[in-house]
Design a protein around this ligand. Sequence first.
Ligand code: GAR
Length: 204
Amino acid sequence: MMRVAILVSGRGSNMEAILRVKEAGGLPNAEIALVLSDSADAPALEKAQKFGVKTVIVDPKPYRKKREGYDAAVLEVLRDNNIELIVLAGFMRLLSRVLIDAYPNRIINIHPALLPAFPGLHAQKQALDHGVKVSGCTVHIVDGDVDTGPIILQAVVPVLTDDTEETLSERILDYEHRLLPRALDLATSERLRVIGRRVIIDED
Ligand code: GAR
């Protein structure tokens, strides 16, 4: 079993999707050992506790704008808990080399767009404003830049004429909840090989 930490900042619906799959007997090679939040107010924390998962808050305030200092504090918690793989599930902070170098190809992120289109914040609004006919979601390996790392899985979601940011976000989220547990299963089953920018999936 690979010990996994899920990093969150807010609602935690993607985290919950993982915990539900695990509870239902999926993710046989993943042990969700920790949920770490940068905010004490994150609703994700209470949800994680309902599943009996350990939660830790690492408050960024003492580190002001120093990402490395904050990441070193996070790294200490991860090491104390023997974490081997990190899932960013709505963790709204950029990671510095401190974490990327400590977990090479061992950090995955979910993003609500078909990368490399619409990286960064408000991806669903960016897609609507651009007028694309399809958008979707991407699970990728985190490489230190904003939403640029090698892509593990993507799902395509239609954009409808009368969509608002809310309706499109909701439709994409439904796909996120299936994509992220699937990508986590592949990662924890050691079925991913990263060759340059490409992620090769070893099929069953
Ligand atoms: C999700 O839509 C996730 O894809 C997005 O934040 C939301 C978190 O929701 N992440 C990003 O935009 C990262 N660039 P959740 O807390 O309910 O999982």
